[in-house]
Design a binder for this molecule. Structure first.
Ligand code: ATP
Ligand code: MG
Length: 376
């Protein structure tokens, strides 16, 4: 298996730039997710790594070797996309063996590798069945079998679970991650689903319009989003943004919004008067009778294990708070919003970039436990 290093990768299709100056390293054995909305350049990036697309500029290293201009077939990378691309007239065994047969591998070696792959995927009992009668999950496993049987240096997976319904996707996510842990194979996994990326990835690169906005472990990205785009993309319901115009002294720990004083982690640098966005996640909001930012409850969604309370604040913005199922909030209630100051992010409204605060100096493993998340 191998490390993948991408250096200043750039891809233009005529006038349109699909990938802009992208640089990242996927460590040996890592499960790396490329995450972002439709059209942000995920597939293009993956295809360049696999050698299916030539970059306009930049370099790609596989296991330390510069493979930028190497043909796909010479790269020892298996590419798995939305599966089901199986040969319907063949058995499971023949489907899995297919890449090895095409390579002209010796029969005994093929038999052994197919058995091993089937065992890893728990589909040994299906080997002599025809693929045409299989469930979608088993077809998916066979398609994976065809990729792992090659024992490649790395796997590229492009939304492999895209065609499945939600419940089954969750199960396959677990299976895929389990498979990855058994094989220890370097994997680049493309998805537009933040939950999929958060649950599976060791590291996430979140892309927006061809640019990597942030690179980090799932918790790092969720807890310390580098931009409004990232904060908004990660989490469901997503982060709330309350617009405010203010000047802040270095070390300030409060900000005035419509008569209320909202807490902040101490800001690292003074901020001159400008439009800001006060960012707070739904799980870090408490509803209070008398203190905090005034708001009116405009909706309550009961989700079984919590309630999502939608409010309109005194400054006109919409806020979603995650509340305990016992919360008595009802549409029409006038309440105060109290925010868990230690958990707040602050953004420059014009650039969308996060402002540096004391929160950036706390080890990310401790952030979620500080101040005790409030549930109103
Ligand atoms: N061969 C091509 N010629 C012209 N434009 C292309 C080509 N391939 C991709 N693009 C454009 O590049 C952009 C990025 O495409 P890409 O397929 O990488 O996006 P993606 O992040 O994988 O999106 P999705 O989630 O929809 O699969 C898109 O705007 C797409 O239209
Ligand atoms: Mg794509």
């Amino acid at each position: 298996m191998a490390e993948i290093r991408i250096q200043n990768l750039h891809k233009a299709f005529a006038e349109f730039t699909a990938v802009k100056d992208s640089s990242f390293t996927v460590n040996d054995g890592e499960f790396f997710c490329l995450l972002g909305p439709s059209g942000c350049g995920k597939t293009t990036t993956l295809r360049m790594i696999a050698g299916l697309e030539l970059p306009t500029s930049g370099q790609i290293f596989l296991g330390g070797e510069d493979v930028t201009f190497k043909r796909a077939s010479a790269r020892d990378i298996a590419f798995v996309f939305q599966m089901f691309a199986l040969y319907p007239h063949m058995t499971v065994r023949q489907n899995i063996a297919f890449p090895l047969v095409s390579q002209g591998m010796a029969k005994s070696e093929i038999t052994q590798r197919v058995a091993q792959a089937a065992n890893t995927l728990h589909i040994t009992g299906l080997l002599d069945k025809s693929v045409s009668g299989l469930t979608s999950g088993d077809r998916q496993r066979v398609a994976l079998g065809r990729a792992i049987v090659r024992q490649p240096m790395a796997f590229m997976m492009d939304e492999p679970l895209g065609a499945l319904d939600a419940e089954f996707r969750e199960l396959m996510c677990e299976e895929l991650r389990g498979l990855h842990d058994r094989l220890g194979a370097t994997t680049v996994y493309v998805t537009h689903d933040q939950r999929e990326a958060m649950s599976m990835a060791d590291k996430i690169a979140i892309m927006n319009q061809g640019v990597i906005e942030q690179l980090g472990a799932p918790q790092e990205i969720y807890e310390r989003p580098a931009s409004v785009f990232v904060a908004d993309f990660m989490g469901s319901p997503s982060m709330n943004f309350i617009p405010v115009s203010a000047a802040l002294a270095r070390g300030a720990t409060t900000i005035r919004v419509s008569g209320a004083s909202l807490g902040l982690p101490a800001v690292s640098d003074a901020v001159t008067e400008r439009p800001l966005l006060y960012g707070v996640r739904p799980e870090h909001i408490q509803l209070s009778a008398d203190t905090g930012l005034r708001a009116e409850v405009v909706g309550v969604d009961y989700l079984g294990n919590c309630q999502i309370v939608t409010l309109t604040t005194a400054v006109g913005s919409t806020v979603r708070a995650k509340a305990d199922v016992r919360s008595p909030a009802q549409r029409g209630d006038q309440v105060g919003l109290v925010f868990d100051a230690a958990q707040v992010s602050l953004f420059d409204a014009a650039s969308g970039r996060a402002l540096r605060t004391a929160r950036d100096d706390i080890p990310v493993s401790l952030i979620g436990t500080r101040g005790g998340a409030a549930h109103g």
